[in-house]
Design a protein around this ligand. Sequence first.
Ligand SMILES: *[C@@H]1O[C@H](CO)[C@@H](O)[C@H](O)[C@H]1NC(C)=O
Ligand SMILES: *[C@@H]1O[C@H](CO)[C@@H](O)[C@H](O)[C@H]1NC(C)=O
Ligand SMILES: *[C@@H]1O[C@H](CO)[C@@H](O)[C@H](O)[C@H]1NC(C)=O
Ligand SMILES: *[C@@H]1O[C@H](CO)[C@@H](O)[C@H](O)[C@H]1NC(C)=O
Ligand SMILES: *[C@@H]1O[C@H](CO)[C@@H](O)[C@H](O)[C@H]1NC(C)=O
Ligand SMILES: *[C@@H]1O[C@H](CO)[C@@H](O)[C@H](O)[C@H]1NC(C)=O
Ligand SMILES: *[C@@H]1O[C@H](CO)[C@@H](O)[C@H](O)[C@H]1NC(C)=O
Ligand SMILES: *[C@@H]1O[C@H](CO)[C@@H](O)[C@H](O)[C@H]1NC(C)=O
Ligand SMILES: *[C@@H]1O[C@H](CO)[C@@H](O)[C@H](O)[C@H]1NC(C)=O
Ligand SMILES: *[C@@H]1O[C@H](CO)[C@@H](O)[C@H](O)[C@H]1NC(C)=O
Ligand SMILES: *[C@@H]1O[C@H](CO)[C@@H](O)[C@H](O)[C@H]1NC(C)=O
Ligand SMILES: *[C@@H]1O[C@H](CO)[C@@H](O)[C@H](O)[C@H]1NC(C)=O
Length: 768
Amino acid sequence: MSCWKSFPAMCSLLLLFPLFLHSSLALVSAQGSNSTALWQTLSGNAPFVVARGGFSGLFPDSCGVAYNFAVMVSVPDVILWCDVQLTKDGVGICLPDLRLDNATDAPTILGTNRSSVYLVNGVRTKGLFTVDFNFKELENVSLIQGIYSRTNKFDGNEFVILTPQDVVNQFKPPGFWLNIQHDVFFTQHNVSMRNFVLSVSRSIIVNYISSPEVGFLRSIAARVPRTTKLILRVLGPTDTEITTNQTYASLLGNLTFIKTFASGILVPKTYIWPISNDGYIQPQTSLVSDAHKAQLEIFASDFFSDLPLSYNYSYDPVTEYLSYFDNGKFSVDGVLTDFPISPSSAIDCFAHLDKNAKSQAKPLVISNFGASGDFPACTDLAYSNAISDGVEVLDCPVQITKDGIPFCMSSINLIDTTTISQSPFINRSKKIPEISSNEGIFAFDLTWEEIQGLTPSILNPYSKFTLFRNPRFRNSGKFITLPDFLALAKNASTLSGVLIHIEHAAYLAKDQGLSVTDAVFGSLSKAGYDNQTALKVLIQSPDSAVLKRFKQENNSYELVYQVDMSIGDVLNTTVVDIKSFANSVTISKSSVFPENQLFLAGSTDVVKKLQALKLSVYVETFDNEFVSQAWDFFSDATVEINSYVLGANIDGVITSFPKTSARYKKNRCLTMKETPNYMSPVQPGSLLQLVTPDYLPPKTAPSPVLDDKDVAEPPLPPVLAKAPAPAVDSGPTASSPTSKPNGQPKLGAGAGILFLNLAILSIALLPF
Ligand SMILES: *[C@@H]1O[C@H](CO)[C@@H](O)[C@H](O)[C@H]1NC(C)=O
Ligand SMILES: *[C@@H]1O[C@H](CO)[C@@H](O)[C@H](O)[C@H]1NC(C)=O
Ligand SMILES: *[C@@H]1O[C@H](CO)[C@@H](O)[C@H](O)[C@H]1NC(C)=O
Ligand SMILES: *[C@@H]1O[C@H](CO)[C@@H](O)[C@H](O)[C@H]1NC(C)=O
Ligand SMILES: *[C@@H]1O[C@H](CO)[C@@H](O)[C@H](O)[C@H]1NC(C)=O
Ligand SMILES: *[C@@H]1O[C@H](CO)[C@@H](O)[C@H](O)[C@H]1NC(C)=O
Ligand SMILES: *[C@@H]1O[C@H](CO)[C@@H](O)[C@H](O)[C@H]1NC(C)=O
Ligand SMILES: *[C@@H]1O[C@H](CO)[C@@H](O)[C@H](O)[C@H]1NC(C)=O
Ligand SMILES: *[C@@H]1O[C@H](CO)[C@@H](O)[C@H](O)[C@H]1NC(C)=O
Ligand SMILES: *[C@@H]1O[C@H](CO)[C@@H](O)[C@H](O)[C@H]1NC(C)=O
Ligand SMILES: *[C@@H]1O[C@H](CO)[C@@H](O)[C@H](O)[C@H]1NC(C)=O
Ligand SMILES: *[C@@H]1O[C@H](CO)[C@@H](O)[C@H](O)[C@H]1NC(C)=O
């Protein structure tokens, strides 16, 4: 049987990764001879990765591609998980639910009029039950995506329903796990799960069998091969185990009893790290050590990188996994996951990393408004946390107050990043077409004293997906002046530089009489940045005129030109132009890997062309929230960063979550002779090749080519002499000769990034 019908030649999915061979040798060296000392699992070995229905986070649960892909991108001892259901004629199939409705096209193929209503553990349930059909009747039913927030673009592949024997014979998994969610139900319908399981475990090697039903496990305990381990799957604490009539909480109260018929337990992850109502991790329970004391293995379930994680993990799935097996106190024996690539890299590349491990990759880690993924942008908290998170270049977007004080704030419009719209200052709101088409309350209309009194407000760029950032700290922190920022940075021994971002300089000079360039010069020189070499100074601007002005003044600063639109290419003459006033260029992620409906469509030559003239290329903005990443990156920020670094050779990442990028640079998989697949860059465009024509997104026009006139700008206008003299000591206020300002209105950055279906709001939880 081919793994799917339409494109059997693609079964192996070799296209997806440039390195497709399993590098088990590299792994042996990675997990190391003395790894036993490291892991606090029951066996002392590394924890297992159990792939639920294969790589079900991306492909339809339990389909051949999902299983095959999980084997390809996971640790070499990955375990494939199959939820077994029985057909009317007693054939076991791998399917996530005992109804065909959700994860297959059965309603169309078989007709919904063949639905039944049955009691499932006492609950009336309607649907197309597998137990109503003979196996042969399901031959034309295909597996499709059953979770509405995940992409349905692979549904045209006619993935066939597989039996456990198919999975083992076709994909030769290193480990295999059968989950029997319902035994009582099938017994009531006169098919025997026990017979099926006992017979199948004589024909293939089954490493684990789990069930939430104690009676089932006890009934097979004496009959399964000794190499097969039985695991009690624990449901909610107040759910009743139907064969003993005890709640799972009370069953867990006697681990000795569980040990009489099982060698381990599988528990939802919150049994180990409970989560508060507001989404924060609470102190760990003693369950892992209790289980280990009772000589029971303990596996944790419910790892979904595409659901909101606890805020403690900053939307970084690798951090979450590490908290379950590299926390210094205990380690679970395995994790049940829909995204097996993430625990694989967590185990092999990141666990037990030395704090002082050396960097293994070049990208400069540049913050985006400090650690703005966790704290209000550009506050003292965002900055001090970025430093402790390991940022290398700390950024300050400079705004200037009415009284001429330069300070750091992510936007010139105070509404974007403070609670000012709920304050009496609302009467200072106005519309300035040169800056934005929307009304705003602008930094240059308030004094520094007034701005200091404002309450910061955390950025929530993904709020329309109901993904919010660190709510307990949403209004914490203080804004700081540029001189204070420079002092803070100078004091941090781990930084390699600061990035000062300048926008709207022409408008501020011409219309507000404020010279932001002079304020920056003055602050840098006063803070002693002119005479030192410890900290690099990067001046970034989307305006070439600003960079030219700096170039006249000081040659030791690195000048960074920000291309603030998505581009598909750049003319060679334009690169030469840019080279005349800049040392590096910041471009958007989509200018490297263009996307179509969240699938990578390919890659551009922009990075190569810029680097050919020795311009460094920084890329913005790397966020951890999974909705900000293409499907190709498997809802894992580390996979995205790695693909840009190894796949596109970029020189720096600009990120709201510097911790993730800083950790990425130290990962030990980068030093292995053969890079394991889970640390190989994804091949842009390859995932799209697995989409059948009927599901392909419409082709989109390529992004524009950056040309000379996009870059050309008149010099900065002179500073209008209407405002009071800047309170900050700055150089001479005189500026370049007269000329018209750059009249291009700049619309808010980052417009139109995402088109993910809003169905994510009504996310369908997994069918159990
Ligand atoms: C474990 O490995 C480290 C280096 O990775 C080495 O320094 C140490 O001696 C080893 N320990 C044992 C017990 O082999
Ligand atoms: C179900 O509906 C189809 C047409 O939609 C019909 O051909 C078939 O006979 C119906 N089957 C039953 C059992 O009602
Ligand atoms: C499946 O489809 C084939 C081809 O269309 C058809 O011959 C066969 O009868 C179908 N099987 C079932 C069970 O409907
Ligand atoms: C199962 O078999 C019993 C006895 O043979 C019969 O009474 C019962 O109706 C059957 N149940 C189902 C769901 O087929
Ligand atoms: C299970 O326990 C409940 C209350 O404790 C009782 O009402 C019910 O009859 C019991 N069921 C069985 C099958 O023992
Ligand atoms: C726990 O289970 C063991 C084994 O079944 C039994 O001997 C013991 O009495 C139970 N302990 C309690 C507190 O119920
Ligand atoms: C999770 O974050 C909250 C808020 O920062 C903190 O109070 C709590 O201690 C953290 N939980 C753990 C287990 O570190
Ligand atoms: C705004 O409101 C404050 C009082 O809330 C008042 O003192 C101030 O004059 C008003 N400013 C403008 C421009 O209307
Ligand atoms: C610099 O660091 C020292 C010690 O870490 C601290 O006492 C001092 O307050 C810091 N200064 C500034 C300006 O942050
Ligand atoms: C920095 O160097 C300039 C001359 O290059 C000198 O005038 C100034 O005093 C120096 N500042 C410091 C803080 O050393
Ligand atoms: C542009 O520059 C690249 C590398 O610098 C070179 O390979 C390419 O041929 C040039 N293209 C044109 C049209 O000159
Ligand atoms: C599964 O399908 C049924 C309809 O057959 C629907 O009511 C239910 O919500 C679906 N469950 C999930 C988890 O999508």
